[in-house]
Design a protein around this ligand. Structure first.
Ligand SMILES: Cc1cc2nc3c(=O)[nH]c(=O)nc-3n(C[C@H](O)[C@H](O)[C@H](O)COP(=O)(O)O)c2cc1C
Length: 373
């Protein structure tokens, strides 16, 4: 039997992922001053022990006001590099590629943690509205977390572009193999793309080319500051969930991103307005896979699929259909940090626990014979 695609290596520029399973970026609100700490090492380290090909950190802010909450990781200051190095060393030592996602929250910053109840906590206690958020205009994202943004000037947009570049330089110094720009879920870059949130009439607004100008400049700045041999991803919302930006727009955008040197489009959806749980499409198994397929075919660029992908056979079917090149696992990895190893067993390619770290695998293989038949 030929090896499942999920367990074939994926080469991106000068970097090779040992398999196609990826831990999706997931914010944990456990950082102080944007630093990586013991929690992040253990939380993400267990996915490397679980043999994911690529392990993504949560979104790392490129400046303090670009955080979603005060507990987010950051790459806005050189003093943060050393803390990230400890994490990247461990992930790589266990055979995963170390990946990070850089972001600016824009008007969706300074919010409570997802599980806080602002109705019970006052806004300040919930970490809400601690700083002045910024956006393309003064339009807020809507209820329930709707701090009023201040409109960015063209000069300030130029400064933010530079900060994306500086964060990429720090990510390289910290030892990351892969960088992703968070351009989805209604955060700053997505706020500029959609005509619902971007009603500016300067060079950063107006038609689609104007609305794409800032995100494309940020992507160029990252590519310039990120080594040529390392791959760069971008996460997009293929549809914004508010009716302003659709798949055709995303395909046109992905073509421009490809020309800049983006290697993989991580294809998510929604999040522009209101609750981040507002549904752009009904959530069912693999609900965003059609977006990854449309971008892959429309822009002829590798894509990563994400969203309710639960097991090995489902992931393998997506790859076999040619709908995506990589499979991102979010909540299912929280449920099962050894998802990749279990997927290998489901797909019949690791019955002897050879893929496991030998300290576990040797014992599990012995135990196999003692299990009830
Ligand atoms: C706890 C949690 C935190 C998340 N944080 C981020 C994040 O930092 N950046 C991001 O792009 N998406 C984030 N997401 C979205 C996930 O990366 C993923 O796209 C989403 O959960 C759907 O995939 P799933 O069904 O496999 O969980 C987060 C999701 C969860 C559950």
């Amino acid at each position: 039997m030929s090896k499942p695609l999920l367990f074939t290596p994926f080469k991106m520029r000068g970097v090779v992922a040992s398999n196609r399973a990826v831990v999706s970026p997931m914010v944990q609100y456990r950082s102080t001053d944007g630093m990586v700490n013991d929690f992040h090492l253990v939380h993400l380290g267990k996915f490397a022990l679980g043999k994911f090909g690529i392990v993504f950190t949560e979104n790392c802010a490129i400046e303090p006001r670009g955080r979603v909450t005060e507990g987010d990781l950051g790459l806005w200051d050189d003093s943060q590099i050393e803390s990230h190095k400890r994490l990247t060393r461990f992930l790589k030592q266990e055979g995963s590629l170390a990946a990070t996602q850089i972001t600016h929250s824009g008007r969706k910053g300074s919010t409570p943690r997802s599980f806080d109840k602002p109705g019970e906590l006052g806004p300040k206690e919930a970490g809400w509205q601690r700083w002045q958020v910024v956006g393309p205009t003064e339009l807020s994202a809507g209820e329930p977390y709707s701090p009023a943004p201040r409109q960015l000037t063209a000069a300030e947009i130029g400064e933010i572009v530079k900060k994306f570049g500086a964060a990429a330089r720090r990510a390289d110094a910290a030892g990351y193999d892969v960088i992703e720009i968070h351009g989805a879920h209604g955060y700053l870059l997505a706020q500029f793309l959609s005509p619902i949130s971007n009603t500016r009439n300067d060079q950063y607004g107006g038609d689609r080319a104007g609305r794409m100008r800032f995100p494309l400049s940020a992507a160029k700045a990252v590519r310039t500051n990120w080594p040529e041999h390392k791959p760069m991803f971008i996460r997009v919302s293929a549809v914004d969930g508010a009716g302003g930006w659709d798949v055709e727009d995303t395909i046109a955008y992905a073509k421009e991103l490809k020309a800049i040197g983006i290697d993989v489009v991580d294809t998510s959806s929604g999040g522009l307005t209101g609750l981040s749980t507002a549904l752009p499409v009904k959530r069912s198994l693999g609900f965003q896979v059609p977006f990854a397929a449309a971008v892959k075919r429309g822009a002829e660029i590798p894509t990563m699929a994400v969203g309710l992908i639960l097991d090995g056979p489902q992931a393998e079917a997506i790859l076999q259909a040619g709908d995506a090149d990589l499979i991102a696992i979010g909540r299912q990895a929280l449920y099962d940090p050894f998802w990749t190893l279990h997927a290998a067993q489901e797909l019949g390619c690791d019955s002897d626990f050879d893929m496991w770290t030998p300290e576990y695998g040797w014992w599990l293989e012995k135990r196999k014979n003692n299990l009830p038949k």
